[in-house]
Design a binder for this molecule. Structure first.
Ligand SMILES: Nc1ncnc2c1ncn2[C@@H]1O[C@H](COP(=O)(O)OP(=O)(O)O)[C@@H](O)[C@H]1O
Ligand SMILES: [Mg+2]
Length: 328
């Protein structure tokens, strides 16, 4: 049984212009210890996807489909049962570390909190474990700084503390949603290396959202390319990087900024921008921006075409796209 099986997941959000589907029927599996990356422009549904795994969606969100985590169905799971999983079996690292950290509590208390809550540790034992975790994530002189508050640390150190918190209970799955986007370029690499080494050393599965294709190439064995709440391409990282079969994936690669330079991603080479959720077309979500589009692309959602190595692409114009790539 895979650790995580997501099938036909849909998430409907209430927006100012009415209900809109932010996630439209995506599916993937993750084995124990496996690593998965999610890429795509801002607004394509990456965060909503992982928030649905954590039960962290806005209260008005409607989720359908299936999320099976280690045999438990998470869609419709009562909040009490979700609390047993969140922060315990699934840990999350956020883009902005202060999302996870509470400014008025000491770091020892915060890193130890999941251990008291989920593992029933005493204050003294939780503090001891918190110290070991803070040492491991590279907080200098952690023993002397246990009673310091988050604002007394740099941005990079705060993200390390957030990582210690996410790891406290030894989760089976670690989710990192653009964990370095808010950090200085020099710090980004250190934090990514820390995440990679912790994932390897603890045998955790990882879902990593990143704008940076270089980071994806180095960090994960398989990947999803999302656009308009849908998967347009997915498969082993090596296969997706080698083929770049979907026109949207090709656009992402063409727009790839110099390594580490990007805070947000703007696709200079793909004209147009991500449509508003409520305006998303019925057919291929990318049809409005794609130079291969024909009338049929607007009519129905493209089915998945199977490529070698369990690589999938959703594009009815694939023959033309690939023929052109071979000529070029
Ligand atoms: N709480 C919310 N209420 C309404 N719409 C939202 C909410 N959160 C996100 N959205 C919308 O859902 C879409 C997907 O958002 P998100 O998953 O955050 O994108 P990404 O992480 O890929 O940048 C966007 O169009 C965004 O505006
Ligand atoms: Mg996001």
């Amino acid at each position: 049984m895979p650790l995580l099986e997501v099938d036909n997941l849909h998430v409907q959000l209430q927006t100012q212009r009415g209900p809109a589907e932010a996630v439209r029927g995506i599916g993937f599996t993750l084995e124990r210890g496996e690593t998965l990356g999610i890429v795509g422009e801002s607004g394509c549904g990456k965060s909503i996807t992982v928030q649905s795994l954590m039960g962290l969606l806005p209260a008005s969100a409607k989720v359908t489909g299936s999320i099976r985590f280690d045999g438990t169905e998470l869609v419709g799971l009562p909040e009490r049962a979700m609390c047993e999983i969140r922060g315990n079996r699934i840990g999350m690292i956020f883009q902005e570390p202060m999302t996870a950290l509470n400014p008025v509590h000491t770091i020892a208390r915060q890193v130890g909190e999941p251990l008291r809550l989920h593992r029933g540790l005493s204050n003294a034992d939780a503090r001891k474990d918190a110290l070991a975790l803070l040492d491991r994530v590279g907080i200098p002189d952690a023993a002397a700084r246990l009673d310091a508050y988050p604002h007394q640390f740099s941005g990079g150190q705060r993200q390390r503390i957030g990582i210690a918190m996410a790891l406290a209970c030894g989760p089976d799955l670690l989710i990192a949603d653009e964990p370095t986007t808010a950090l200085d370029v020099t710090i980004q690499k250190q934090i990514l290396e820390l995440i990679q080494s912790l994932v390897a050393e603890r045998g955790m599965a990882l879902i990593l959202i990143s704008h940076d294709l270089g980071v994806i190439a180095q960090s994960v064995s398989k990947m999803l390319v999302m656009y308009g709440g849908s998967l347009v391409e997915s498969g082993p990282t090596a296969a997706v990087f080698a083929e770049r079969a979907h026109p949207y994936t090709q656009g992402l690669f063409a727009a790839r900024p110099a390594l580490g330079a990007a805070r947000g991603l703007k696709l200079a080479t793909i004209k147009g921008s991500v449509p508003e959720l409520v305006d998303l077309p019925a057919g291929c979500p990318f049809a409005g921006r794609c130079r291969f589009t024909i009338d049929e692309c607007h009519a129905t959602r493209p089915p998945a075409t199977q490529m070698p190595h369990s690589h999938q692409v959703r594009c009815i114009r694939l023959d033309h796209v690939l023929a052109e790539a071979t000529v070029a």
